[in-house]
Design a protein around this ligand. Structure first.
Ligand SMILES: [Zn+2]
Length: 261
């Protein structure tokens, strides 16, 4: 009676297994690695687009939360906040940003339609969070050392196309010409072959950025200056705290010990 019947409890057990195996396969055509400058050029407009939304919680904030569940809830809260962000506000921010002039974005998005068509503005509102959520997934991925050990790691799959895609049919000298424009596909194309570790979130302003230099820790010179001052203050406070502890005799430093002996 103790034999393992679990296989019988799941009907057609082999079918989902085959399905999972097929779905978990890495795409066959591995992308060419993009040099950092090229990756930066292609990806930056998409990062800026995601930055129009409220930024996701920082890693430090998530780390401070008591457990993983609290972290997941905090991320869900951010996602909900992005989803209910007013479409008109996103379009307004978009128009004001230098993004609206960038060829890569303008080719993908029909700006005229975005301004006049509520439905288009709504799908734009689905596209931008989807890009932000994807970038957040990348930032939340394990460190490069862990990834090196793992080899391949599956990060994200979407079944719904969030894009403001459009198709066009023309006739040119009697010949049919068709095109399908899909901003989300353009974003994925920009992302392909990009070194994961270079997609980052600025610890100062919380915005997404692409690290051109591997040791780059903030999105801009300005944020980096703030970061340096902040680090210096933290060090200073730590130093001061330890000094007080030592003065009150709660902490004995090696130096004082030596002096006393
Ligand atoms: Zn920043």
């Amino acid at each position: 009676m103790q034999e393992d019947n679990s296989a019988n409890l799941v009907p057609n057990r082999s079918i989902p297994e085959i399905g999972i195996k097929a779905l978990q396969k890495l795409p066959a055509n591995a992308p060419e690695p993009k040099p950092p400058s090229r990756a930066h050029e292609l990806l930056r407009p998409w990062l800026e687009l995601a930055n129009l939304l409220p930024p996701p919680p920082l890693r430090n904030e998530l780390k401070r939360l008591q457990n993983d569940l609290a972290g997941i809830m905090r991320l869900n809260q951010w996602e909900a906040e992005c989803r209910k962000f007013p479409a008109a506000e996103i379009v307004r921010r978009f128009e004001r940003s230098p993004l609206a002039q960038k060829a890569v974005i303008v080719d993908s998005l029909d700006l005229q339609l975005l301004r006049t068509d509520e439905e288009q503005a709504q799908s734009f509102l689905r596209l931008v969070p989807e890009i932000a959520f994807t970038l957040r997934t990348l930032i939340g991925a394990p460190s490069s050392e862990v990834l090196k050990k793992l080899g391949d790691m599956f990060l994200k799959r979407s079944y719904v196309n969030p894009a403001t895609s459009r198709s066009e049919i023309w006739v040119h000298n009697g010949l049919l010409v068709t095109s399908f424009v899909d901003p989300y596909v353009d974003f994925l194309t920009a992302l392909s072959g990009v070194e994961l570790a270079r997609v980052r979130q600025c610890g100062v302003c919380s915005q997404f950025f692409f690290a051109l230099r591997k040791d780059q820790q903030a999105c801009s010179k300005r944020c980096n200056a703030t970061r340096r001052v902040r680090d210096w203050r933290v060090n200073q406070a730590r130093h001061e705290y330890r000094r007080k502890l030592r003065a009150s005799g709660l902490l004995k430093s090696k130096r004082t010990k030596r002096r006393r002996s």
